[in-house]
Design a protein around this ligand. Sequence first.
Ligand code: XMP
Length: 507
Amino acid sequence: MSGVSVVILDFGSQYTKLIARRVRELRAYSVILPGTATLERILGESPQAVILSGGPRTVFEPSAPMPDPRLYGAGIPLLGICYGMQLLVQHAGGEVRDVGTRSYGADRLERVEGSLFRGIVSGASVWMSHSTAVTALPEGWASLAATATNPNAAVGAPDGRMHGVQFHPEVVHTPSGVKLLDNFLADSDVRRDWTPEASLDRALAYVRERVGSDRVLVGVSGGVDSSALALLLARAKADHVAVLVDHGLLREGERTEVERALHPLGVRLEIVDASAQFLHALRGVVDPEEKRRIIGREFVAAFREVARARGPFRFLAQGTLYPDVIESAGGEGTANIKSHHNVGGLPAELGFELLEPFRTLFKDEVRDVARLLGLPDEIRLRHPFPGPGLAVRILGEITQERLDIVRRADAIFIETLRKRGVYGDAWQALAVLTPIRSVGVAGDERRYGHVVALRAVTSVDAMTADWARLPHDVLDEAAQRITREIPEVGRVVYDITSKPPATIEWE
Ligand code: XMP
């Protein structure tokens, strides 16, 4: 099985996860550790190279997060990015200073040299985001690239083991950044054995090793992560029960689609129809957080019931992904661990041990694993859908009538996007039922109808998003069908807000 090739030390940059993804795209398995991790912890991963991320702090602040000083002499090739570069330079005796002006945005390399820039021509665009710069090089170090205003846009140590770049090679705005990372990995003799097959092998080995002959309960929601998880358990021949709790807030046709897709692949999905309980508990509730709390509670009750009837189970399998478990030593330099539980936030009090075979994978890697496991593309490439379902897409009270409206509007919108070949252009698309009514005309009559908002976004990881510039005629077709086929809807609007300041969902 593939071992770790690259450790990425996180000093709090918003781009750290992107570095890990880029390195994995270059087929080297990478993990992220807090920037302040001890050398023992780093060496525990047996990396062949280490990348030091950027960060929001400056290296000359007294409380700035620092790597273990023994790292510099450990003989491992190091690449520092932005703050990471400045750490290397400061440690080696160079000078880093506040240059007064904040450099933020696209810039151009006027000179490049050395093997780090193999195949990259001068004139290449790079993305900068800093206000401090290397103003004097350590003895023997060389400047490897310059911009019009920064003579030290990339630097290298005399023994060739340490390199630093002031710009961000991991972002798309640095088009030659992937080539630069590729050169660094090649020069460091980093193993490139991280393939989708390797991700699958690792996940299978993890399940077989941890589960043995114990029993596993897996909640399936219809999304790619939980569907792939159920398939993984089946492939690993783990003794498992896969349950889809239908809370009555699913998309149109979702339940049958998931059942149909998983059945031929050896997953016998048990459907628990809890829609009556969920809708009863949600009656009269308008506050979004209250809705989420109720749904979480009802999920627990439904799973408790399954455990009572079909248990005992030792494990509850969840589709937790790598971004949810990464420890970060950014910001104040303190380590914190985020934990995020998928199936409606099922608490440990249920008495299960958590089994999270995808906890080292990014979403696109899970999609690759799902492909290898045979999950059909309709589910594999489906837009994400929130655990609380359509409940957070109905502003105000949830009633059967309002659910039917939003479910149908969502289905029409998605059908239109698929039919017009633009479904894949949006990272997520949805319909929201607003609490607004507006005046319209139908035939000769005045009509006071509901207002439906359509939203489609582009995004990489849902942390930020932009509204999708869908063709006007596609939006027109969706709006016409919605108002024609759902008589209660009198007006359709398109949401043109990015995240931030808005969020993707309306609640
Ligand atoms: P927001 O609305 O926060 O959503 O921009 C980001 C992504 O997360 C999904 N989402 C949720 N998923 N439980 C979930 O499992 C939730 O409570 C929840 N709220 C939002 C949302 O659909 C988007 O993909």
